[in-house]
Design a protein around this ligand. Structure first.
Ligand code: PGA
Length: 256
């Protein structure tokens, strides 16, 4: 039994109206299944963040954002600051997602700046890391994960480590319908837990390590039952209320 966080990453999907509908569905589920022990988070696109914040503010449903900039304010056209998100009721911010690393050329140095700024504001970063198929085929998975963790967590103290959520997302599994196998997830999550403990000590035992990459209601049981998996970061399946809520229900079997 362990801590669980089920997080929906809606990516560039849903307008305000569609976001509200989806969140109302999830809230309805949470009302009829009260006393859920798993934490549940939704990360809508920026244009819906404020509206969703108003809807969830007196509920157990947590609100996240999909990105941020590390500066507080100023001449950074098109960017969104952490205080702006905080004002909308955001508690978690996804950083280092592979789509941002590859399409928007975000590097570990930028991701690390965002992570430290999020901690400074007492919000929770969800740091995504993961290897590409090429890297896996070349036997480099663990080196890649270690390198990303070392760089992205640079400057984080032992006292801060349990305020960070890590999401292991093999790039080849994201949006492809092909999730990592149970063995691959066990191996990667055990490796990450040990690495965090070696670096940060016993506090790292309580770090949430999420799995992401084609997680759905079909493979949720197989993956969420794994010892060092503390939930999931879910893209495609989080856009369907029934699929997302079914994953929450599965998480309840394994949560403390
Ligand atoms: P997916 O996306 O569930 O659609 O594979 C996961 C993610 O990118 O966080």
């Amino acid at each position: 039994m362990k801590n669980m966080l089920i997080a929906g990453n809606w990516k560039m999907n849903t307008n305000v109206f569609e976001s509200q509908k989806l969140v109302e569905y999830i809230l309805g589920f949470m009302k009829t299944n009260d006393n859920l022990k798993s934490r549940v988070l939704v990360c809508p696109p920026f244009t819906s963040v404020y509206a969703i914040g108003q809807i969830v503010k007196n509920s157990e449903l947590l609100l996240g954002a999909q990105n941020c900039y590390f500066e507080e304010k100023g001449a950074f056209t098109g960017e969104i600051s952490i205080p702006m998100l905080e004002y909308c009721g955001v508690s978690h911010i996804i950083i280092g997602h592979s789509e941002r690393r590859s399409y928007f050329k975000e590097d570990d140095e930028l991701i690390n700046k965002k992570l430290l700024a999020i901690l400074e504001h007492h919000l929770t970063p969800i740091l995504c890391i993961g290897e590409t198929l090429d890297e896996r085929n070349q036997g480099k998975t663990f080196d890649v994960l270690k390198n990303q963790l070392d760089k992205d967590l640079s400057g984080v103290s032992k006292e801060q480590i349990d305020r960070i959520v890590v999401a292991y997302e093999p790039v080849w599994a994201i949006g492809t319908g092909i999730s990592a196998t149970r063995e691959q997830v066990v191996e990667a999550h055990n490796f990450l837990r040990q690495l965090l403990i070696d670096k940060f000590g016993e506090n790292a035992n309580s770090v949430y390590i999420l799995y992401g990459g084609s997680l759905s209601e079909k493979n949720a049981d197989e993956i969420l039952s794994i010892e060092n998996v503390n939930g999931g970061l879910i893209g495609g399946a989080s856009l369907k209320g029934d699929s997302f809520c079914s994953i929450i229900q599965t998480a309840e079997k394994y949560v403390v």
